[in-house]
Design a protein around this ligand. Sequence first.
Ligand SMILES: [Zn+2]
Length: 505
Amino acid sequence: MKLNYAIALMACLFICTTVFAQNPMPCGLHDHDILIDRLLLNKKYLKEIGIQQKDGVVSYVPVKYHIIGKSDGSARQSPKKVLDMHCALNNFYADGDDGIQFYIKDGFNYIDNNTAYDNHSSVGGQFQLSNNRVSNAINIFIPKDANTGNQSVGTTLGYYSPGNDWIVIRKADANGSSLTAPHELGHFFSLPHPFNGWDFDPYDSNVHGVTVGNLSPDGVPNEKMDGSNCNTAGDFICDTPPCYLFFPWGNCNYNGGAKDPDGVLVNPDESNIMDYFDDDCAPKYFTADQKAIILADYEGRPALHAPWNPIATSITGPPTVVEPEDDSTTSGYDHVILDWEPVNGADRYLLEIDRLSDFSLNPTIQVVFQSNADIWGIFEADKSYHWRVTPFNPYYTCAASTSINKFTTGTSLSANNVLAVDNLRVEPNPVSQNYVVVSLDSADAFDAEISIVSTTGQTLQVTNQHFHVGHSDIELSIENIPNGMYLLNITSGDKLITKKIIVAK
Ligand SMILES: [Zn+2]
């Protein structure tokens, strides 16, 4: 796993150099130039103007997460894991009472497209990413893998594309434990690797000599230990010591003997987040100069500056579940109300429901904006379901979830919630024409919605209807309903009555 991480990070700027190596027409190096040009501009800004952000003020930066699934909506990374990643990202970037923090801009974006999921770097996949990219947030795409199509070694966990100005993180690393997100965000804010110039040619004394020459394999001047050329060599950042990509290296104390162009032993910083040493070389961090460059880059990106403040910067405790109680059986199966106590600081809740307790089978996942949810159409009779609620707001996503609760559905319709009408009939049934007649008798007048729902829970048509006291005959068009079996639901408030119909036109 550790090795995998290191190999994978190698691809951060991969698009660039590999393309360049294979084809001197320049997308790659051009892309790499974009990043280095921005870095040098940011250094100039720091020297001539300096950071404008006031002490004690946090800059909240919008991030758009694009969760990519297959065309049928399956296989997406769990939004819970994306919340965990967002939490870890903010923890990593937290810097006292100022600096940069991130918030989720306008909720998650779901892209359901086989090509974008399986092969995001193909022409069709890139089209999907471009189409979904937003200009007023940092775009992070989460497909199945992060292969660029130009890769020659290892598994890519993620990368930043300077040309597209977006980040791709593979599904397996979009979570709370991977360090891929903070590293790629570093690239987004113009930070190169400390071993800049050696990205695709790790140091090997047999190839590069014990004492390295003046230029790296990519032609970047090699940084010296005495700092004399730190502004014009390596990563162009002075408080990151020289590194010539010592990879793979199995521990957190490099002593491989490489010497700088002056013959001085090199001593890299194994904990720098922009380097490729093991995750275990912790705590990973940005140096002071790297942090200053991140802020300078942010200040140079006005599209990310919309004023924004979180409704709360923390959320205490998981919600308390009200109903259904853990291990209980619901009165009916068609319709289950999930209810929990609201939590201070949360303005929304991630609700997960699935047959499996790890929510991996065929989960129903919703972001709801109140502390309950009225779920229809997904439950089968006499089956057990697991559910969990995670409170959050667009900034703070670190709050604890409820424990994983379980309920078993009843075997009948929800008795307490049956609409009190008599003699409900839907005719003709099967339906061979473009309308049906719904007739019923009611002791009270009521307003209702008549919906036609497929057996997979998809609502195809909704009609609002007033029923008066006594007998009603309602003619309902089903012109746009394809042949098949459906539920015709008459819903009034939290009460429902339902009839199965077959359309065979
Ligand atoms: Zn990288």
